[in-house]
Design a protein around this ligand. Structure first.
Ligand SMILES: Cc1cc2nc3c(=O)[nH]c(=O)nc-3n(C[C@H](O)[C@H](O)[C@H](O)COP(=O)(O)OP(=O)(O)OC[C@H]3O[C@@H](n4cnc5c(N)ncnc54)[C@H](O)[C@@H]3O)c2cc1C
Length: 600
């Protein structure tokens, strides 16, 4: 989404620039929107006075327990409606409210669409804008300017079908490679392996590429856990908001109320905020299951008696998560007669949903305080390197439309960066490109040599497979960094041990083997997941509080601590040593308290 938005907007401002878009899959059906969506989750409706950007900032701030980059959120929100109006113009079927003629609201921020073809529609805009779209190329590394070690010079990768090596020399690079799934052990293993909520191909490249180059990252501890329909990960938004279904424990009780006092002791007045922050609703769910109140169910039997709502309930999955309908069919669940089970997912890392992990970027010049502004909107701490969508940290609740919008904002600034002559005299030598080529294809060599040592079966003493490596990573993250098997619990000692194990994994990744180009992609996906995981673990260790119970718990610091931790965490990995340094950055509440009071 962010990449397509960037390609579109770059052409608007940079008529005579060469714009290329590089995509790991095929842009028509790639990314988190590949299968389609049933709602656009971020639309203000300013033309009808429904919401203002300030309202959205307050909403995101509340949901993230006070910690967001309000400059970035405001900037996205003030532009997002224009993006949605273009989608409408381009032919995306929008549902309309028959009484008002306005877009059909699903909730305060969401509007409903027939979105099976959402991705091909926005991809068409990118295809018409870019000079060339390169599909099936996985970017593995950023090229850096040899005249200025903090300036980007392009990117390299390989074609997963032909194996060809690609070098893209560029004046600016916008990273829009989605979030990170499968860094924590998923609930679906064995026969269900690969089934996940966030897109399985979102492998953290968005974070690994800038981290490896030395860009600063923010809020990487702020992983997300989602309450979803069990086994199919089917989304619940339309059910809660449009169908007005609700949850209950096995005894038919409203369990959320039961955990109010306990939650208040942990987070104080945040539990009284409206709407209840997503993590705190998760917290009640997790506590109730641990106390033996499961299974937690979504009460669908009432809503599904209305034939219209029944249709909406099924269509919601058919346009977005067909797998959930299949799971229900296989388990003999008709939500008209059986209340389906819910579960909490394994954690994901992403910057566009109800969390805001990602790159530390400059905000817009008109509203960002000095600590948040260094020249070009959405530029990272590396010159010429921009980010958008899941890549960018601090600005939650962008979703599909906000990610596309952020791509547009980044592209506009990137064009200005070039026009301001900031990209002159970039030096990328043949040697730099050749060195990366050797590194990229090493797993193929590891396999070719190592397989000769196999005396029986497939296990080699000299290499391990991407799948073996992935499972090892997921086990470390799950057990030490707060995954599902420990009910999202971790502490300083576990995190330190986790970092040690991740470091050994990094060393062993030199010996990963790939038998073909597809496995080579898997190898690089794993390497990107591993470096992302290191960053997540460092951040989780640094923040000595439990800011988002329900997303994860620091057992040694179980309370929210506004006195010491009402701040953003920022990290940098030194590309030469691989060591991370951490710092606190202030949270500026740009939308004032007066307005906040009025809104609540
Ligand atoms: C199940 C589900 C339901 C959702 N429901 C909604 C909804 O109802 N409404 C809504 O508004 N939003 C919804 N979202 C959120 C929305 O999809 C995301 O916010 C949005 O897609 C993020 O945009 P992005 O550009 O950052 O990432 P993506 O759209 O995922 O794009 C990332 C792209 O980068 C590519 N890529 C990754 N690594 C590399 C690499 N190394 N080299 C080259 N290319 C690479 C990927 O193939 C992909 O095309 C949902 C997401 C999911 C998963």
């Amino acid at each position: 989404m962010a990449g397509t938005g960037a390609a579109f907007e770059a052409r608007h401002w940079g008529r005579d620039l060469k714009i290329i878009c590089v995509e790991k899959a095929n842009i028509d059906r790639s990314g988190a929107v590949a299968q389609g969506l049933y709602a656009i989750n971020c639309y203000m409706g300013m033309q009808w006075g429904e919401n203002q950007p300030e309202d959205h900032v307050r909403y995101a701030r509340n949901d993230l327990m006070g910690l967001v980059r309000e400059d970035l959120g405001y900037d996205m929100a003030r532009h997002v409606d224009s993006t949605v109006h273009m989608f409408d113009e381009w032919g995306l079927p929008m549902m309309k409210n028959p009484k008002t003629g306005r877009y059909q609201r699903e909730g305060k921020w969401q509007i409903m669409i027939h979105g099976e073809s959402y991705k091909p529609i926005v991809a068409e805009a990118a295809k018409k804008s870019a000079d060339k779209i390169y599909n099936r190329i996985m970017i593995t590394h950023l090229l850096m300017d040899e005249n200025d070690e903090n300036r980007v010079g392009g990117a390299v990768g390989f074609n997963m079908r032909t194996g060809d090596y690609y070098v893209f020399r560029a004046k600016t690079v916008i990273v829009a490679a989605g979030g990170a799934s499968h860094i924590f052990k998923p609930r679906a293993v064995g026969e269900g392996m690969g089934r996940t909520w966030y897109a399985p191909w979102s492998n953290g490249s968005a974070y690994a590429l800038p981290i490896a180059a030395g860009a600063k990252m923010t809020q990487m501890e702020n992983r997300i856990v989602l309450c979803r329909f069990k086994d199919g990960y089917g989304p619940v938004g339309a059910y809660f908001l449009h169908l007005k279904t609700y949850t209950q424990n096995a005894n038919g009780e409203n369990y959320e109320k039961k955990w109010y006092e306990q939650t208040k002791k942990l987070v104080g007045e945040y539990i009284d905020h409206h709407p209840t922050p997503t993590c705190l609703r998760n917290h009640a769910f997790v506590q109730e299951v641990m106390a033996g109140g499961g299974p937690i169910q979504m009460v669908t039997k009432e809503a599904f008696q209305d034939p219209h709502l029944e249709t909406v309930g099924w269509e919601n999955f058919l346009g977005m998560t067909v797998g959930q309908a299949v799971v229900w069919a296989s388990q003999n669940i008709d939500p008209k007669y059986t209340n389906p089970e819910l579960t909490t997912s394994e954690p994901y890392v992403m910057g566009s949903h109800a969390t805001c992990s990602g790159a530390w970027v400059s905000g817009p010049e008109d509203i960002s305080p000095p600590e948040y502004f260094w020249g070009y909107n959405r530029m990272m701490t590396i010159q010429g390197l921009f980010g958008a969508g899941d890549t960018v940290g601090g600005s939650a609740h962008k979703f599909s439309s906000g990610s596309f919008t952020e791509g547009r904002l980044a592209a506009k600034a990137a064009v200005k960066y070039i026009e301001d002559q900031k990209a002159k005299n970039i030096k990328v030598s043949e040697k730099q490109c050749e060195d990366f080529r050797k590194i990229i294809y090493k797993p193929l060599e590891n396999y070719t040599v190592g397989r000769n040592e196999i005396t029986g079966g497939t296990v080699s003493p000299s290499y391990f497979s991407p799948l073996q490596g992935l499972q090892r990573l997921q086990k470390i993250m799950d057990e030490y960094v707060g995954g599902i098997t420990v009910n999202y619990m971790t502490n300083g000692n576990l995190l330190k041990k986790g970092l040690e194990l991740l470091q050994w994994l990094q060393e062993d990744l030199e010996h990963i083997g790939a038998e073909d180009y597809h496995q080579l992609m898997r190898a690089w996906e794993l390497k990107h997941r591993a470096i992302t995981s290191q960053c997540v673990t460092e951040h989780t260790l640094f923040r000595e509080e439990t800011r988002w119970p329900g997303y994860y718990y620091r057992g040694d610091h179980m309370n929210l601590d506004d006195k010491n931790w009402h701040c953003l965490t920022v990290s940098r990995r030194d590309p030469k040593t691989g060591k991370f340094t951490m710092e606190k950055m202030p949270v500026y509440h740009i939308i004032g308290d007066e307005e906040k009071k009025k809104a609540s």
